[in-house]
Design a binder for this molecule. Structure first.
Ligand code: TXA
Ligand code: MG
Length: 335
């Protein structure tokens, strides 16, 4: 590994300018980046990720001033959010200019844009000198990567470079707010709390999932999944009653994901491996640890994972969204 981060950034920017694909850290999760105006490079991002072309990419820009080149209009509440939360884990969807290739937006009239706060990401984008189109650097449907090692283990052989910027500080993807229908709509809860967004611009609509899939095709139910089954349980005594997942009979035993040690959890003695997301019960810390904990349990030899939802305030909304969708693996197909 090249320890010299500025050397890595220079090399990465060169690769992006030359039409290559580079995995890089952001404060949320690692991204798989290509120059946004290079349709061939964008197509390779979809291929490497095995992502369907109907699921659009977020553009990462170096500064909010870049936005004017990409979108037709920035309504006042979008401007307010940008001024308040950029750089940071917030993505806005706005009407795109023709210069944004259709492959990036999957033919949608809106483009998703954010300014990341991670220093390595910002330097890379600025050195490349173009917006960087990047989804999370994981195979489609799997848990997002929060370290360079996560990226290498899934995509190492198929990308031109992985920039190692250490662990992501937020650890969960950006919150996505769309202004395509005029009034703000939250397409995905994420690293910027809904409460803080509503504090800035008032009520934000949260559409039902069926409407969401039309506006944001990537929001399929089955996502962020581990390779072994994950079930959501409100009470861990439930795990003996869920079909196929039984604390006594599941091969390898069960893993448990919970926010923090607590008597309220009940009897945890039967679990083979337990991941507490934050010993102190901090939702921010829990968000940061979530995906790595899911990966550790996935690789630990347990046969299935039981996950207890966290309080749904602040970043808890995004944590519960990811757990819920991880639990839908295979279920959508059976319905
Ligand atoms: O934090 C993040 O947002 C990370 C880092 C790398 O920036 N990126 C990320 O990208 O999570 P991805 O591709 O895994 O998820 C982005 C989602 C898409 O699945 C899609 O639902 C939505 O953003 N999206 C992207 N472009 C859109 C558009 N033009 N209109 C509506 N939704 C869009
Ligand atoms: Mg993703």
């Amino acid at each position: 590994m090249d320890k010299d981060i500025s050397g890595q950034i220079r090399a990465g920017a060169e690769i992006i300018r030359g039409g290559g694909v580079v995995a890089f850290p952001t404060e949320t999760v690692y991204g798989l980046g290509a120059g946004a105006f290079d349709e061939k490079a964008a197509a390779r991002v979809f291929e490497v990720k095995r992502r369907p072309f109907f699921d659009p990419l977020i553009l990462h820009v170096g500064d909010k001033r870049w936005l004017d080149d990409l979108v037709i209009d920035v309504p006042p509440p979008a401007r307010e959010l940008i001024d308040r939360f950029w750089p940071g884990p917030l993505t806005v969807v706005l009407p795109k200019k023709a210069v944004v290739p259709d492959i990036v937006t999957s033919g949608l009239p809106g483009v998703a844009v954010r300014v990341p706060s991670n220093g390595t990401a910002l330097q890379l984008i600025n050195a490349a000198g173009v917006p960087v189109a990047a989804p999370s650097a994981n195979l489609f449907g799997y848990v997002s990567p929060t370290t360079a090692a996560h990226v290498r283990s899934q995509l190492g052989g198929s990308v031109d470079m992985v920039i190692d910027g250490g662990e992501c500080s937020v650890g969960i993807e950006s919150t996505i707010i769309s202004f395509m229908g005029g009034a703000p709509v939250m397409l995905r809860p994420g690293g910027t709390a809904l409460e803080d967004i509503e504090d800035a611009i008032g009520k934000v609509a949260i559409p039902a999932n069926d409407d969401l899939i039309n506006q944001s095709p990537g929001r399929s139910e089955q996502h962020y999944a581990t390779s072994i089954p994950l079930v959501l349980v409100n009470d861990i005594s439930e795990v003996s009653n869920i079909s196929g997942i039984n604390i006594n009979t599941t091969d390898g035993g069960l893993g448990l994901i919970a926010l923090a040690p607590s008597d309220d959890l009940g009897d945890i003695s039967g679990f083979a491996k337990i991941e507490y997301l934050s010993a102190s019960g901090s939702l921010r810390e829990a968000a940061c640890n979530l995906f790595a904990a899911m990966r550790r349990l996935d690789a630990s030899g347990v046969g299935a994972i039981a996950a207890v939802p966290v309080p749904g305030t602040g970043l808890g909304l995004a944590i519960n969204d990811r757990l819920r969708r991880a639990s839908k693996k295979g279920v959508a197909g059976r319905r």
